[in-house]
Ligand binder design. Structure first.
Ligand SMILES: [Cu+2]
Length: 447
């Protein structure tokens, strides 16, 4: 199984990672350490130097069971301060890894022990929380397995999608704001140029290959770790049965394609019933480029690989929408009655304006309140809005539980409800790292 092989790969690399009980099911969450530092990466023959965790990009996949405690000292071998954010975990505020808000940045040459219990199963991830650091390779999957797995599948793989430019000289200017406003009909999550789209740090010329056998039911955990790019995701010849959004369970729904904003995750089941070697297509929305991986059956020749730029037909097929997501998880707020407190947010340029509050005022909440947030997007690009430390419930009929939700451009709106049950100071921000660095973030403060 993937978890065992990935663990062994890490252990074999002498990465300084010790996971107890690794050979039987999920690895323990006790790590010797997680080292942030310089990493060499081979992008189809182009050697680049970047920053990553424990010498690999993506960083080591961390697995543990819901209710267990993750304990990991972060050792900072970077030349600048850093923190780690554990995206999707409702953890104590002091462990949230928001620099300057929940902890002082971890200085170069020092370490900080993250230790917290993971209450909720699901496909989550961890990453640095300073925009330009995340644009490098400082990210990895954090998989929390349920006490009892209710899904039945034969194997599983984790796919981390990324837009990449670190060390790849293109002669093009990456800096500055989104240069041109996209045409109204174009879906865009950001306008910056990235020369490569990666799946598990592999470019199209040297794709990640996921081995399956005919008859397998395969679970894919798809995570968008990109800075500036929302992706459409489809597998040639294989519909996707979506089982989880942002790690939280939904009634299984079959689609041809996903649209996945930065920070979002989807779990899908794929029935391997069409032998061959099939393209897993990762299409950046509204910008140039293409990423891919390969789903290869055991009876296909080992060299069988679709052309690098082959677009799965499913990319233009039925696309998952939030209205398709019907939660089968816990209720965060009642189905009747109304919220104790409502905030109206407007996304303009790279700001989040909140009705009735100044630009730097925290959004005040009291413990126990049912909080409603409405978000209206008046800008020309889509923004994935991420709330730290909590799950929220979309105000759709299916009441999907998420922690990151995309608000469509040009008047798009979204409403979500959550329970203020985790005291502290928490960020709510756009998960486009450039937008975030430009100030598209607010603080929620318990009073
Ligand atoms: Cu944004």
């Amino acid at each position: 199984m993937t978890s065992r092989r990935q663990f062994l790969r890490l252990a074999g690399a002498g990465a300084g990672l010790l996971a107890l009980g690794a050979c039987a099911g999920p690895t323990s969450g006790t790590l010797l350490s997680l080292g942030a530092g310089e990493v060499g990466l081979d992008l189809a023959g182009t050697r680049v130097t970047t920053w990553g965790y424990d010498g690999t990009v993506p960083g080591p996949e961390i697995r543990l069971r819901a209710g267990e405690t993750l304990r990991v000292p972060l050792v900072n071998a970077l030349p600048e301060p850093t923190t780690v954010h554990w995206h999707g975990i409702s953890l104590p505020n002091a462990m949230d890894g928001t620099p300057g808000l929940t902890q002082p940045p971890i200085a170069p040459g020092t370490d900080f022990e993250y230790a917290f219990t993971v209450p909720d199963a699901g496909t989550h991830w961890y990453h640095a929380h300073s925009g330009h650091q995340l644009d490098r390779g400082l990210y990895g999957a954090l998989i929390v397995e349920p006490a009892v797995e209710e899904l039945s599948y034969d194997r599983e793989y984790t796919l981390l999608l990324d837009d990449w430019r670190d060390g790849v000289d293109t002669g093009r200017d990456h800096a500055g704001h989104d240069e041109t406003e996209p045409p109204a009909e174009r879906v865009s999550f950001g306008g910056r140029f990235y020369p490569l789209m990666l799946v598990n740090a592999r470019p199209p010329a040297d794709p990640a290959v996921f081995d399956v056998r005919r008859g397998d039911r395969v679970r894919l955990r798809v995570i968008n770790a990109a800075a500036d790019t929302g992706f459409r995701f489809a597998i040639d010849g294989h519909p996707l049965t979506v089982t989880h959004g942002d790690g939280m369970p939904v009634r299984p729904v079959s689609v041809d394609a996903l649209r996945i904003g930065m920070g979002e995750r989807y779990d899908v089941l794929v029935d391997a019933s069409e032998p061959g070697a099939w393209q897993i297509g990762v299409l950046p929305e509204g910008k140039a480029g293409f990423g891919r991986a390969v789903l290869r059956y055991a009876d296909a020749p080992a060299t069988a690989t679709p052309p690098a730029d082959a677009h799965p037909a499913g990319l233009d097929g039925r696309l998952l929408t939030y209205d398709d997501l019907v939660s089968t998880g816990p209720e965060e707020v009642p189905t009747t009655g109304g919220p104790d407190r409502t905030f109206a947010l407007t996304l303009r340029g790279t700001d989040i304006d909140v009705d009735g509050l100044g630009p730097d005022e925290p959004l005040p909440v009291h413990r126990g309140e049912w909080v409603r947030i409405t978000v209206r997007n008046e800008s020309a690009v889509f923004h994935p809005v991420h709330l730290h430390g909590h799950h929220f419930q979309l105000a759709t009929p299916g009441r999907a539980l998420k922690d990151t939700a995309v608000v469509a451009a040009r008047g798009g709106a979204l409403t979500f409800d959550w329970r203020a049950d985790n005291p502290g100071e928490w960020m709510i921000h756009c998960h486009n790292h450039h937008h975030m660095e430009d100030g598209m973030m607010r603080t929620i403060g318990y009073r």
